[in-house]
Design a protein around this ligand. Structure first.
Ligand code: FAD
Ligand code: N01
Length: 539
């Protein structure tokens, strides 16, 4: 297809998505490399996750001072911006991303309210042809997906779902004007990280809240609090060290994982260590011992500690037991951070409904039916998560070399090199793609690492006078076997989580994120680059 056939002039790069990834990518392409780039975004503004997830209680669970762009973007912004809370709420994070967009004048190269509906590799033209919901067709040398790991909502197909006469909401597509539940009977379906944030807030307003739980989680104390001036001063004077640490640790947090197994200390000492981590709040509990995610026995010590915490808060023993996970190890499903979730179940107007043994039968005009009981409600909140990691990539309808679609190629699970590229799809880069650390990390650190790596790669291609890059099948096979080997060393496969694709009926069960850790992964990527992009063919 020749350039003349395109409605818009050719670009050097098209980026899909304007969240943390797409914004930083655009800045690098345009301002570092001087390329002509455009971002295409379904929403009418920037923000990604933080544009869509406006449900009550939405906030981050990586601490805000490191859940933000690092000195790689702008050292001055780090000093100018002050987070108001330890874990900022959605409006503040959205404001931050809007500020970044304004500061770097990014919006002028973002096409909003436009969805990429298909993208096809044109071998003759060495370009991607991109179709969008506005009927336009664009083309670019490079296609970079910044579509997010958690951006396609999962709305289970409960029989009768659409017959419900009240209002229903998915947390990932929350109305911008907010929802007032005052005086209402509300059903919340799901008990993942989203529900754990939303339920206390909804229960504050609603006349009665029914929480439908299929799998209880190990929720950790969030410990959110306002940031003090002293906090901000200390953080701002230590930023260099903080970022250096986030890039080297396993999860991209500036916390080190203690170099000791759980059974290397006495029961009393372990308890004290857990208590101290619990009191500090956040994911520190997961860093107390180095074998919690590797050894079932070690893991059971943390699991029992967390069950005890539930029993300590929830007064009704039957409800406490129902809320206590027993069918999977700690951290094999993403542990939510809780700020008042368990306490909510001490309220008379909150009911926990187990739907593990007796799944939701149907949704009727009036409410939710479980085990022959109809729970009549005015509103239903679907906190049922996402078709994570691959769901949004498949919706791009990517067709690579020789007419092969990504969906067909990945039928038995993702196949990538470094989680960044895939054979048969030249000049395609997937930011935080499956088989990279992505969701197993503080994501902004992983996003920056991917964006910087892609930037360096494009610069190198230009210096070499080349404009086509594709990873070899051998490199891909090697990466997948390393990825799977590392994943198999963990307990991750012992739970039915979205990390293994188990939340979506029919989805291929695999470990989707890379489990080798952020620091190790960065080293491997750097090594590939240092060896002249080993594992890639270029022309
Ligand atoms: P996203 O923010 O998901 O942005 C992707 C964008 O791509 C979206 O705006 C979407 O509209 C757009 N898009 C997708 N497909 C198309 C298409 N076909 N055409 C056009 N546009 C398209 N991670 C952490 O590390 N720490 C946290 O504390 C944390 N908290 C979270 C809280 C919530 C409620 C959720 C849902 C996720 C959280 N995450 C957290 C993960 C979070 O998704 C990432 O941290 C980060 O925001 C992802 O940024 P992104 O730019 O890669 O993707
Ligand atoms: O989604 P989830 P989420 N019948 O998939 C249940 C990030 N995040 O939106 O566990 C009945 O975790 C499902 O049950 P089960 C974070 O990475 C971060 O809560 O599959 N129930 C589960 O309880 C997180 O992990 C924050 O048995 C059904 C729930 O719905 C990710 O986003 C906040 C069902 C879905 O939980 C996703 O979290 C929010 C069915 N048919 C999100 N189908 C922070 O705090 C699904 N469920 C930063």
């Amino acid at each position: 297809m020749s350039t003349a056939e395109h409605d818009t002039p050719d670009l050097d790069a098209i980026v899909v998505g304007a969240g943390f990834s797409g914004l930083y990518m655009l800045h690098r392409l345009r301002d570092t490399l001087g390329l002509r780039a455009e971002v295409i975004e379904s929403a009418d503004d920037v923000g990604g996750t933080w544009y869509w997830n406006r449900y009550p209680g939405a906030r981050c669970d990586s601490e805000s001072y490191f859940y933000s762009y690092s000195d790689r973007l702008d050292e001055d912004l780090l000093q100018e911006w002050t987070w108001s809370e330890r874990f900022a709420a959605q409006p503040e994070i959205l404001r931050y991303l809007q500020t970044v967009a304004e500061r770097f004048d990014l919006r002028r190269d973002i096409r909003f309210s436009t969805t990429v509906t298909a993208a096809t590799w044109d071998e003759g033209g060495t370009r991607w042809i991109v179709d969008t919901s506005d009927g336009r067709r664009s083309s670019a040398r490079y296609l970079i997906t910044a579509v997010g790991c958690l951006s396609t909502t999962n709305l289970p197909d409960f029989p009768g779902r659409d017959s419900f006469r009240g209002k229903s909401y998915h947390t990932g597509q929350w109305p911008h004007e907010g929802v007032d539940f005052t005086g209402q009977r509300v059903a919340v379906i799901g008990t993942g990280a989203t529900a754990v944030q939303a339920v206390p807030e909804i229960a504050e307003q609603a006349a009665h809240t029914y929480v439908f739980q299929r799998t209880p989680n190990y929720d950790i104390a969030g410990g959110n609090r306002p940031m003090t001036e002293a906090d901000a001063k200390e953080i701002k004077s230590n930023y260099r060290d903080i970022w250096a640490r986030t890039r080297e640790t396993g999860f991209g947090f500036p916390y080190d994982i203690a170099d000791r197994p759980a059974r290397s200390v006495s029961d009393e000492e372990r308890r004290e260590i857990f208590e101290e981590a619990w009191a500090r709040g956040g994911f520190r509990l997961g860093t107390t011992f180095n074998d919690l995610l590797l050894d079932a026995d070690a893991n059971s010590t943390a699991a029992e500690f967390l069950r005890e915490k539930i029993r300590g808060v929830v007064r009704d023993p039957e409800t406490a037991e129902k809320l206590s996970p027993r069918d999977h190890p700690f951290f094999t499903k993403r542990p939510p951070l809780e700020n008042g979730y368990y306490e909510t179940f001490n309220k008379d107007n909150v009911t926990l409904v187990g739907v593990r043994e007796t799944p939701i039968d149907s949704i009727t005009e009036k409410g939710v039916v479980v085990d022959g009981v109809e729970y009549e409600v005015d509103s239903i909140v679907f906190a049922t998560g996402f078709d994570a990691m691959t769901g949004t990539l498949f919706r791009l309808n990517l067709t690579g070399r020789d007419g092969v679609t990504l969906k067909a190629k990945w039928e038995a699970g993702p196949r990538s090199y470094l989680g960044l590229t895939t054979n048969g799809f030249p000049n395609l880069f997937m930011l935080t793609g499956p088989q990279s650390p992505s969701v197993m990390s503080n994501m902004v650190v992983s996003i920056e690492q991917h964006v910087d790596w892609v930037t360096d790669c494009l610069r190198w291609l230009r210096e070499q006078g080349r404009d086509r890059i594709e990873n070899t099948l051998a490199a891909e096979d090697g990466w997948i076997s390393h990825h799977d080997e590392v994943g198999a060393m963990t307990l991750l496969d012992q739970a039915n989580s979205w990390w293994v694709g188990a939340n979506i009926p029919g989805k291929t069960r695999r470990i989707y994120p890379y489990m080798g850790g952020v620091g190790v992964y960065k080293g491997l990527c750097d090594d590939v680059a240092a060896k002249g992009y080993e594992g890639f063919e270029t022309s």
